[in-house]
Design a protein. Structure first.
Length: 209
């Protein structure tokens, strides 16, 4: 396995170019998968303008807006890693409200925010029609283990040491779940694009054989 160091700007431009090149027409669903410490949302946000410049409108979705109710998430406590792994995110809602309607045969009507975690209630976000050629950028942790439909998957990989070093203290309890995800799902083994981010200023793209 080889890696190719790139700058953050080059990484963003190359990803935007690949999306447009590989999917020149129709809607595209892209997963930006990574632990919070890898900031997958920041990379997804950075892709919006380069895609627009290339004539492709981008719609942002974060898994943090597709959580299960607190009564489900916190049934075993507020810091239970098994709950984080198995019951934190509403994958069925994400598929129903975003990924299926954004697919080639879908209606194109999506809800980009389903749950208000702070208020612990439905976000009451209105449906919106995806514009032609829209790129739906979905960011978050644990995205690639549930068979969700994406045309392109990007995994932001941190070594165990970097993950522990860069995880906020109030999120350390999630580390066993992230370790389990790496061991059981192995997203770095099958994602379309794998980016090593031990140093966030110096990403490196993994070149698969």
């Amino acid at each position: 396995m080889r890696v190719r160091p790139v700058s953050v700007d080059v990484l963003v431009e190359e990803l935007a170019e690949r999306i447009v090149r590989d999917h020149p027409a129709g809607r595209v669903r892209v997963a930006i998968d990574g632990a919070d410490a890898a900031a997958p949302g920041a990379l997804a946000d950075a892709l919006v303008d380069p895609l627009r410049v290339r004539g492709r409108p981008a719609v942002r979705v974060a898994t943090a807006d597709f959580l299960r109710p607190a009564s489900v998430r916190l049934e075993l406590g507020r810091t239970n890693p098994d709950s984080y792994y198995d019951g934190w995110f509403d994958e069925a809602g994400l598929r129903r409200e975003v990924l299926d309607p954004a697919g080639p045969a879908g209606s194109g009507r999506v809800v980009t925010r389903l749950w208000d975690a702070a208020a612990d209630r439905a976000a009451r976000e209105p449906y919106q029609e995806l514009p032609p050629g829209a790129v739906v950028l979905v960011s978050g942790a644990l995205l690639l283990g549930a068979g969700l439909p994406f045309e392109l998957t990007v995994h932001l990989h941190l070594s165990p040491a970097a993950l522990r070093r860069r995880t906020d203290q109030d999120q350390v309890w999630t580390l066993p779940a992230l370790d389990r995800y790496a061991a059981e799902v192995d997203p770095a083994g099958f994602a379309d694009v794998v980016v090593r981010l031990d140093d966030p200023r110096r990403p490196a793209v993994v070149l698969l054989p």
